[in-house]
Design a protein around this ligand. Structure first.
Ligand SMILES: [Zn+2]
Length: 431
């Protein structure tokens, strides 16, 4: 049997394996949903143990790389045929989740075709799907060329310094790879290829203050803060020019429709515009007192086409008009936008798998409005894409995923990774 026949047979066997193990896949996600991993406070060991046990049983154990013992990051890898010659595909997901609304958050209940629990959307479904894909590909490592790495991290929800960022700092090349797949919530009708940047900062306004009836003796810190909010709002809605390929992708009517349908009407505009938000304001002690202190916590989401330096310069220029104000950037939550090519082979491969193998509508390239760990790969020059479940219920009391969607994502990750590795290894991708 030739190499090409071997790959074609392995692909059919992979599809059969994924079909035959659907019950076990659902059971894995259910175990993962039942294992607490809220961050904060940040102790993900029970959930990490579920994934580690699954990988052990599959014969592809993970190593633990932990900056802190209660936040274990799992890294597993294997080489395919030819000792890894070909491409290196990396899966990435996070184990930590938002705190649950109540004790039911860890129910993992299966009801009417849906699995409920904190993280069902963000992102235990995606992390389980990637782990299932990784273990399934491991079974065909004698045939499949290239290398596959799985990274399941425990610190994403609170800034991520001890998760993916830490792995890049301590492992570097080992997890960089040539392409990244991540199952963060996106909706199965789209493939996320870009994310906005964030600049988070606190503005402090100080004045002498005094009695409210004596405005000639001091300005009001609250009134100045209100004027600052109005002035910074001039940045809201600004849209820089985009590279042609990106503008073309975002202007495609199917992409506009997918943004508006998946992220809310109007989202297609906001993926390319600055969004300024003054999320918290604190000031004043008593109604008849002139406030001497007012603090504003601000968050700017800026699109590809702008640098952090340019955004900071604009904030500095605006705040320069208010001598009573000073400002400090929150470094842990400030990062530049990231972009992967919307026309990369992986986008086509993933879309082909969804359309032809899974019989679902062809997903289109879209932008995210929030951030994900995929940006670390994009910063390193590696094309990185999100393909995961519907984001609609994430963080809610009834957070859930449909069983059908979960199984769809596991298959999409496994088959897209298989086809990408086969293509990079010189095999025929559409078999
Ligand atoms: Zn997430």
């Amino acid at each position: 049997m030739g190499q090409r026949d071997g790959i074609a047979a392995a692909r059919l066997a992979l599809i059969a394996h994924l079909r035959a193990t659907e019950g076990a896949q659902v059971a894995l996600l259910q175990r993962l949903l039942r294992a607490p991993s809220a961050n904060p406070p940040g102790d993900t060991r029970p959930a990490a143990a579920v994934l580690a046990a699954f990988l052990d049983v599959e014969g592809c154990p993970a190593r633990i790389h932990a900056a802190r013992p209660e936040l274990p990051n799992l890294v597993a890898a294997f080489d395919g045929r030819g000792e890894g010659e070909g491409g290196h595909l990396v899966f990435n997901g996070h184990i930590d989740v938002f705190p649950p609304n109540d004790a039911d958050g860890w129910s993992g209940e299966l009801r009417e075709g849906r699995l409920y629990g904190r993280g069902a959307a963000d992102m235990k479904t995606g992390t389980a799907a990637s782990s299932i894909a990784f273990a399934a590909l491991h079974r065909f490592r004698d045939v499949l060329p290239g290398r596959v790495t799985l990274t399941a991290v425990s610190d994403e929800q609170t800034g991520g310094a001890l998760g993916t960022k830490w792995l890049f700092e301590t492992m570097g090349e080992a997890i960089r790879g040539d392409v990244l797949l991540n199952g963060e919530p996106s909706g199965i009708n789209n493939i996320r290829f870009m994310e906005k940047g964030t600049l988070r900062f606190t503005v402090t306004v100080r004045t002498p203050g005094g009695h409210g009836g004596y405005p000639h003796l001091s300005p009001s810190a609250i009134k100045i803060a209100a004027a600052i909010v109005q002035a910074l709002d001039a940045l809201h809605g600004f849209a820089p020019p985009l590279p042609d390929a990106v503008a073309r992708a975002l202007d495609d009517p199917a992409t506009i429709a997918a943004h508006d349908a998946g992220l809310g009407q109007g989202a297609s505009r906001w993926v390319r515009q600055i969004a300024f938000n003054a999320g918290v304001i604190r000031g004043g002690r008593k109604v008849n007192q002139l406030p001497d202190l007012c603090e504003l916590e601000c968050d700017i989401r800026y699109p590809w086409g702008l640098t952090r330096a340019a955004v900071e310069a604009n904030v500095a220029r605006i705040l320069g008009g208010f001598p009573e104000a000073s400002w400090v950037v929150t470094e842990t939550h400030s990062y530049p936008p990231s972009l992967a090519p919307p026309d990369d082979p992986m986008v086509r491969i993933l879309a082909d798998v969804v359309e032809h193998d899974l019989g679902a509508p062809r997903p289109v390239p879209c932008s995210s409005l929030g951030g994900s760990d995929s940006r670390y790969w994009r910063y390193a020059g590696v094309p990185a894409y999100l393909y995961g479940p519907s984001p609609v219920s994430m963080g809610r009391a009834d957070e859930h995923v449909t069983v059908a969607e979960f199984l769809h994502i596991a298959k999409a990750h496994a088959l897209a990774a298989f086809d990408w590795l086969a293509l990079r290894g010189g095999g025929n991708q559409r078999l």
